[in-house]
Design a protein around this ligand. Structure first.
Ligand SMILES: [Mg+2]
Length: 261
């Protein structure tokens, strides 16, 4: 009855910001697997990047890709994709118009070779190739002023697009977010207990707000995050997977105690 549903961001949350390792969270992950607690990955990463990660983590349930733009479910026949945003081709077409008309300076994944994506992300070449397989969103390195960024955001909004700040990039996509995707996905888990969401960046705020327990993992931007919505907010002392382990070991103890009572 009180088995929670755990939803987590990846970069800077379950995965180390620099090494992309989840090893420091291994103990909590093992408990989650043992107790069959559903663990949903919710990231700005692509479907192509997240599939191998699901396998590495030993999980097979649905996951949320590209900042909430898609919900992927692995079936015997392949991957079923529920699209919650327009395709990337439409996003790229709008970005081209904005760059030509307004002269904004930015570099997106579409402007980079796989080698350049690797340099900008710290990913290996093979991992960068998977990161470049985008279906809904375009990550940008903003190379213009803060003032122009505000104007860029307004012009995007007028075109039905939004820019969300992740740990490394500004991600442009249709008007969806991790919170909307989580609300959609949680309908599939009818008998679960509270939703625990973990994140470290502004693009995680809608997901934290849609949860019952929001865990803010320590990061360069985490102190400014003020989610409105969750009944309970926890902040970790440590960053990345160390913070993940710190928060989840406490919460897993709590839920194990309440299940025994
Ligand atoms: Mg993150």
């Amino acid at each position: 009855m009180s088995v929670p549903l755990v939803v987590t961001d990846l970069d800077g949350t379950l995965l180390d910001h620099d090494s992309y390792s989840f090893a420091p969270a291994a103990a909590a992950l093992a408990t989650i697997r043992e107790r069959k607690i559903p663990l949903v990955l919710c990231s700005s990463k692509t479907r192509a990047e997240m599939l191998p990660l699901q396998a590495e983590l030993g999980i097979s349930g649905p996951f949320i890709c590209e900042n909430g733009a898609g919900i992927c479910t692995v079936t015997g026949a392949g991957v079923d994709l529920e699209a919650l945003a327009p395709p990337r081709s439409e996003v790229l077409a709008q970005l081209r118009v904005l760059r030509e008309q307004e002269g904004f300076r930015f570099t997106g994944f579409a402007d980079m070779s796989v080698e350049q994506v690797a340099q900008n992300t710290g990913l290996s070449l093979s991992a960068a190739a998977l990161a470049a397989e985008r279906e809904f969103s375009e990550p940008l390195r903003w190379e213009d002023s803060e003032q122009n960024l505000e104007r860029f955001r307004c012009l995007l909004e007028a075109r039905g697009l939004v820019a969300q700040q992740g740990g490394r990039f500004l991600s442009v996509a249709g008007p969806t977010d991790k919170g909307a995707a989580l609300n959609r996905l949680r309908l599939r888990y009818v008998n679960h207990g509270p939703v625990i969401a973990l994140g470290d960046s502004p693009n995680d705020l809608p997901m934290l707000a849609a949860a019952d327990i929001g865990v803010i993992i320590k990061s360069a931007r985490s102190d400014s995050l003020q989610p409105v919505g969750p009944g309970r907010v926890l902040r970790t002392r440590d960053p990345g997977p160390y913070g993940w382990q710190e928060a989840m070991s406490g919460l897993l103890d709590e839920f194990s105690d309440s299940a025994e009572r």
